[in-house]
Design a protein around this ligand. Sequence first.
Ligand code: ATP
Length: 455
Amino acid sequence: PAKTMDELVSLCKRRGFIFQGSEIYGGMQGAYDYGPLGIELKNNLKGAWWRAMVYDRDDVEGLDAAIIQNKHVYKYSGHEDTFTDPMVDCHECKSRMRADHMKDIKKCDNCGSDNVTEPRDFNLMFKTNVGPMVNEDSYTYLRPETAQGIFTNFKNVVDSTSRALPFGIAQIGKSFRNEITPRNFIFRVREFEQMELEFFCKPGEDEQWHDTWVKLRKQWWLDQGLAEENIEFEYVTGDDLAHYSKATVDILYKFPHGFEELEGVANRTDYDLGSHTKAQDEFGLSAKVKKNEHSTTKLAVRDLEENKMVVPFCIEPSAGLDRGVLAVLTEAFTEEQLDNGSSRIVLKLKPHLAPIKVAVLPLKKNKPEIVEAAKGIKNRLQKLGLGRILYENTGNVGKGYRRHDEVGTPICITVDFDTIEQEGAPVTVRHRDTMEQEVVKTADLPSFILNYFIN
Ligand code: ATP
């Protein structure tokens, strides 16, 4: 794994994974742009989550709700009142910092002065104006989590899919938080993506489902290549527990800057649906909620055994996609000493996450038959639907191998004179991790590649 954040930041920039946002204007703090390879890696991680959450299960439906929502959503979700971090101001250097991240709460982290304020609450939501008129009522917020769009669509999904408990709704999308001190590359940013599942169950079955989801989510991260010894659980207690939560288990990963939260798995009880539902008094809610004067809809389902309407409990595994990308990059980053005394950087990404699945390299740049054969192979393999297959004609196969090691391409295929001269059109298949090479006939390539990636 990577030892420092710097080596990751440098690889990401050099090879086109991740760039500082607005770089040409001096940058924008807490915003990063995904480059040609970063977008592939991010999409692959998203795809793996969606497959595990929606396709492999038969009790979860997908959703993609709008980022801007009615401001009442944030009134009743509790975000308007409580989505804050404690902030300290320094009178000397005018910097601001998050109190619970400070080395010493009485001294400025930046200049060391003790002329600092007491911590005060700072709301992390970005406020924005909606419509051409600017007045007291024309505001809303950019969503600070995707979850609320799931709760507000609960009835729509139940009615359109005839779901009964237990079942879940999954969503991936952007969230925005005006973090006081964004830091550690893409770990803490102001615009990020979340992969969230809200899993609804009967009250009383919530603790069991919470345990189940903690286990399932850890296994999923292992399946993405994270090593068991780099994952820890943290059982959140006391003041650190969110206002809606009965119990939260954070899944921590050993990032270059230490063990930090990768995903939180919370038991949100009936707080959210209970907050957003009409006729709150009918349901005997267990959570303490604000009296709702605006909702038009009952967010409840019929409990067939007891023949009454109940507001389900909800278990929420909430993962950060950008933190996930950072974790798999950290884990995959490997510097290897080779037998000939040189060294190489290789990204040992799981094949399903690799930005480029296969690179097809013609040995000779200017030999039309070799170039044609290589293009033909690229086109056939691309049709398999595995992801990006790259035809790359630089004429320097050795350099190509090095570059593809660094960006994690699991397989390179070299097309040479044998391919155009010998029977069966053999090509050389080179494996990233072992650097071993084997000869495969062109006609066998599709099944060879499918086997490699599907298993
Ligand atoms: P933290 O304590 O690190 O601020 P949190 O407990 O506020 O995180 P949650 O509200 O539980 O985070 O959000 C769920 C997930 O969303 C987190 O586990 C994380 O992966 C991701 N996430 C939250 N805030 C950020 C951020 N500012 N930048 C990147 N990812 C984030």
